[in-house]
Design a protein around this ligand. Sequence first.
Ligand SMILES: Nc1ncnc2c1ncn2[C@@H]1O[C@H](COP(=O)(O)OP(=O)(O)OP(=O)(O)O)[C@@H](O)[C@H]1O
Ligand SMILES: [Mg+2]
Length: 118
Amino acid sequence: MGDSVHLQQVLLNLVLNALDAIGESPTDTRKVAVLARRLGGSNVEVSVSDSGVGIAPDKLAQLFEPFFTTKPNGMGIGLSISRTIIEAHGGRIWAENNAGGGATFRFTLPVAAREGSA
Ligand SMILES: Nc1ncnc2c1ncn2[C@@H]1O[C@H](COP(=O)(O)OP(=O)(O)OP(=O)(O)O)[C@@H](O)[C@H]1O
Ligand SMILES: [Mg+2]
């Protein structure tokens, strides 16, 4: 159960950021992967991974702050809004660097109990 427009916005923000991150890479090395999986318990996890520039380790904590941007034309609000939306749905969102380069953004969401059960 969730606000589909808001959740769509989160996914769009993450994919657009991933596309920005791979923008300077040679065409044949550009990769973006979107995965969804069921976690143990009653949560789902969605991840958006890219083969881009990655995140400076000292900036990992700041990315989700409003108006933090490293882009000349960035507003720095995409991730801040995304965090607000995910937390409003009872989930978490965070970023990590990939071992092989690039970054992965993940969010979790609780799965609603089926109508009539629980
Ligand atoms: N996939 C990524 N790889 C590397 N850095 C990223 C990635 N996604 C986000 N970032 C960093 O986090 C910052 C904040 O992202 P956020 O989406 O909040 O704002 P933005 O993309 O700069 O602007 P906008 O408001 O248009 O989305 C980016 O400027 C960039 O430095
Ligand atoms: Mg953005």
